[in-house]
Design a protein around this ligand. Structure first.
Ligand SMILES: [Zn+2]
Ligand SMILES: [Zn+2]
Length: 402
């Protein structure tokens, strides 16, 4: 990777992409993808376990808590598989989408809480949101949810019937649900990447996908603001691929659809909030149009459709923030010329132009200058460590050093 980096003055580090992605790049992207899947699973398992414990403890529910809840749903709405799949999935999606989406929208419309403004990915945009644009978005999202969602789910119902699916009143085991979710995530990445890229073809873009890209700086509820045909093929189809292949239980489908919606609402929110998965990649897609088509980023790396993203500042911010420091402060657009860290002055790409390159045999080593001796030496700290030190003492100084 060291060879692919060149000092570009104040323009920042530009990575020259090799013809095919370097294995190290692929590995780090896969690691990120696995991290997202892994951390989501851990959070999900922890939530499920603690929820079960507390609900059983305080409400005195007996036996298998979740099976008990499912039985209640079946007693209330009946066990007709068509109703559960078509109307149940539509209702669950609708409720999840609007509860979370309207919370983000309230932030955009009122500008409160004001402290959240520092987490905006594109500051100054949608402050406030134009009312007519918002109204148009709300109309089309509702249209898609009802007039595309219900017929599409109906088609899925008959496809599932053809394939054979889990219609049992018994919930699947927890381990099986986790396995199904992982498969669904992978199918979504494949289905969404290729269908989305297809909609960027110049023959299709102007007729369909242009509508979704009216929002160069998206807000949460623009997640499914799209041409109805695109909504069916590029939003719903990839999400239903996993359940169709696996013949999933309807409860798993409800859970999966809710998680997928939460993910896309976050990806379009325009806010990179602490402890949330990074929405930088899809926000960059809306800003630049021809970058970052996928969800996890694995296929973008394989196809080289994230080269500009990787060379941008946004890429250095493309991680889950584990502190309250806003990503734009942690990885600023214009880096200071060097800050004191552990008694050393480290130089990055914006430092004096005599130091054209600081790559070594290992890009994880940074060339630093000892303050006292005014000479060069190699800082053996890994970038991540440096960043953490920098956060402790000063604003961080490193750019895209992952
Ligand atoms: Zn989008
Ligand atoms: Zn697009």
């Amino acid at each position: 990777m060291a060879d692919s980096e060149t000092y570009q003055g104040d323009q920042g580090m530009v990575q020259r992409r090799p013809a095919s992605p370097a294995p190290a790049d692929l590995w780090s992207t896969l690691k990120k993808a696995l991290f997202i899947i892994g951390s989501t699973t851990i959070v999900f398992v922890a939530l499920r376990n603690s929820l079960t414990y507390h609900l059983q403890h305080f409400w005195g529910a007996s036996g298998d808590f979740w099976q008990h809840q499912w039985d209640k749903i079946l007693r209330t709405v009946g066990d007709d598989p068509f109703t559960l799949l078509v109307f149940g999935t539509t209702l669950v999606s609708y409720v999840v989408y609007w509860i979370v989406g309207l919370m983000y929208t309230a932030m955009d419309v009122t500008g409160r809480p004001a402290m959240l403004k520092q987490y905006k990915i594109q500051p100054g945009t949608n402050e406030p949101v134009e009312s007519w644009k918002l109204a148009k978005c709300i109309f089309w999202v509702n249209f898609n949810q009802i007039f595309v969602g219900i017929p599409f789910s109906t088609a899925c119902f008959y496809l599932l019937r053809l394939r054979g699916w889990d219609e049992s009143p018994q919930l699947p085991t927890f381990q099986w649900v986790i396995f199904e979710l992982v498969v669904c995530i992978m199918m979504e990445e494949i289905g969404f990447y290729y269908s989305h890229r297809l909609f960027h073809h110049r023959m299709l873009y102007k007729h369909f996908h242009k509508m979704h890209h009216e929002w160069q700086s998206p807000i949460s509820i623009t997640a499914i603001y799209a041409h109805p045909l695109e909504h069916a093929f590029s939003n719903m189809m990839p999400a239903f691929l996993g359940p169709l292949v696996l013949g999933s239980h309807v409860a798993t489908i409800w859970l999966w659809v809710s998680l997928a919606l939460l993910s896309t609402l976050n990806a379009h929110s325009g806010y990179h909030l602490p402890f949330f998965p990074s929405p930088e990649a899809h926000d960059f897609h809306h800003l630049k149009f021809n970058q970052c088509y996928g969800v996890l980023g694995v296929l973008d790396l394989l196809h080289g459709t994230d080269d500009k993203f990787r060379a941008s500042k946004c890429f250095s911010r493309h991680l889950m923030m584990l502190s309250l420091v806003p990503p734009r402060d942690a990885y600023p657009d214009h880096l200071p010329k060097g800050k004191v860290i552990c008694g050393k002055q480290c130089y990055d790409q914006t430092s004096e132009d005599s130091h054209k390159s600081f790559s070594t045999e290992d890009t994880k080593l940074l060339k630093c200058r000892l303050l006292s001796e005014r000479k060069f030496s190699y800082c053996t700290a890994r970038p991540l460590h440096c960043r953490m030190m920098a956060l402790k003492y000063e604003k961080p100084i490193f750019g895209s050093m992952t």
